[in-house]
Design a binder for this molecule. Structure first.
Ligand code: APR
Length: 185
């Protein structure tokens, strides 16, 4: 059974097999988590992203998709890049599905890689403007649902949400308690 945990901290410092990046469709870097991962992980990550853009991701990574690269100088082995939806209340339903897909696809890639531990940021809850409580409900609900499925690869020991700042951590903690789906570190 995959443990779902919450920690407050910097995702680039996590000792896990795979770190999920809140990327954009260009795969060529940005601010927030994306900026931190490329800054700390070093140029190998961007080099591999460029190769992806020059091959099967010529038009970039679509919202809700996920793709892995090396983690470069990070403590992790892989970075799993995923593109969250920008928050738009008029299209809430469709975009909530895309946000859930970020977690589903990232978990699928993590299992394909053979990762035993994976760290997630609060995808779309920063620049992309998703209200943290809504982002937390989708994130924790999706990861709990996918990892509880009997057909889910048994190799994933931990899905760790790494929240940047006390406020976001407490939102995730409250939602996790509400959903009854997380242990707390
Ligand atoms: N570790 C963990 N979480 C972090 C870190 C970090 N080092 N830095 C930021 N965060 C948090 C933010 O506080 C927010 O809660 O990650 C969450 C996601 O914020 P963003 O990184 O802004 O990601 P997102 O909202 O998905 O927007 C993606 O921003 O950086 C650009 O290139 C990126 O265009 C893309 C967009």
């Amino acid at each position: 059974m995959t443990r779902i945990t919450l920690v407050e901290g910097d995702i680039t410092e996590q000792q896990v097999d795979a770190v999920v990046n809140a990327a954009n469709s260009s795969l060529l870097g940005g601010g927030g988590v994306d900026g931190a991962i490329h800054r700390k992980g070093g140029p190998q990550i961007l080099e591999e992203c460029r190769r992806l853009r020059a091959s099967q991701y010529g038009r970039g990574l679509r919202t809700g998709q996920a793709v892995a690269t090396t983690a470069g100088d990070l403590p992790a082995r892989w970075v799993i890049h995923t593109v969250g939806p920008v928050y738009l209340v008029e299209e809430y339903g469709e975009r909530a599905e895309l946000l859930a897909s970020c977690y589903r696809e990232s978990l699928r890639v993590a299992v394909e890689l053979g990762a035993r531990t994976v760290a997630f940021p609060a995808v779309s809850a920063g620049v992309y403007g998703w209200p943290p409580a809504g982002a937390a409900r989708i994130a924790l609900g999706t990861v709990a649902e996918v990892t509880a499925d009997p057909g889910f690869g048994g190799g994933l020991e931990e899905a760790r949400f790494v929240l940047f700042g006390r406020e976001t951590y407490e939102v995730f903690e409250d939602v996790g308690r509400e959903l009854g789906s997380t242990g707390r570190e």
